[in-house]
Design a binder for this molecule. Sequence first.
Ligand code: B12
Length: 126
Amino acid sequence: MKKPALLPAALLLLLGIFWMSAASSNQTPFSVQVRTPTENKSYKTYAAVNGSLFGGLVRLQQANPNFNFTYTPNDDYGPFLQNVNGLAGDSSHYWQLLSGDTPLNVGMGCYLPNANEVITLKYTKF
Ligand code: B12
């Protein structure tokens, strides 16, 4: 006699799972690796669906006191990453943006991370 009651419960469960996956699909999770000659740190964040790397970094900075960055606005190419965790680019170094080992061919304001991508911010010599 108890079996028919299981059906609505199972339907409710399925509905819940469907709702949760729909809600989480509004995010594109990705990792950020910060690499300097002396440090290698990894963080998790997310962009909006088809949202920019810049948005994901802002979100990471707001959520994690151990990550911060500054940038210089550029009329042509958007934000130029200037400083990460207190280490600034200078006349011989810049913060290079990579996906895995491949340098990005656009800046962080234009780049749209893929789900589970690993983006590296690498302190690089010119
Ligand atoms: C030289 C150069 C650099 C140098 C600039 C510093 C220096 N000491 O010269 C360095 C090596 C730092 C650099 C870095 C990057 N660059 Co660059 N760079 C150039 C290049 C070849 C010439 C720029 C130039 O000197 N113009 C002449 C001067 C007089 O004009 P300017 O407006 O003052 O130039 C400044 C800006 O261009 C700025 N700049 C340079 N690159 C970038 C990238 C971004 C995203 C921003 C916001 C600003 C910026 O720095 C220049 C000097 O101050 C251009 C291609 C080209 N032929 O224009 C690419 C170019 C501008 N760079 C580009 C890219 C993608 C990058 C990187 C994101 C690469 C990477 N994977 O890391 C990084 C920026 C990362 C970050 N920290 O945000 C792209 C931008 C495309 C886009 N839509 O975003 C371009 C167009 C090359 C391409 N792929 O076609 N770059």
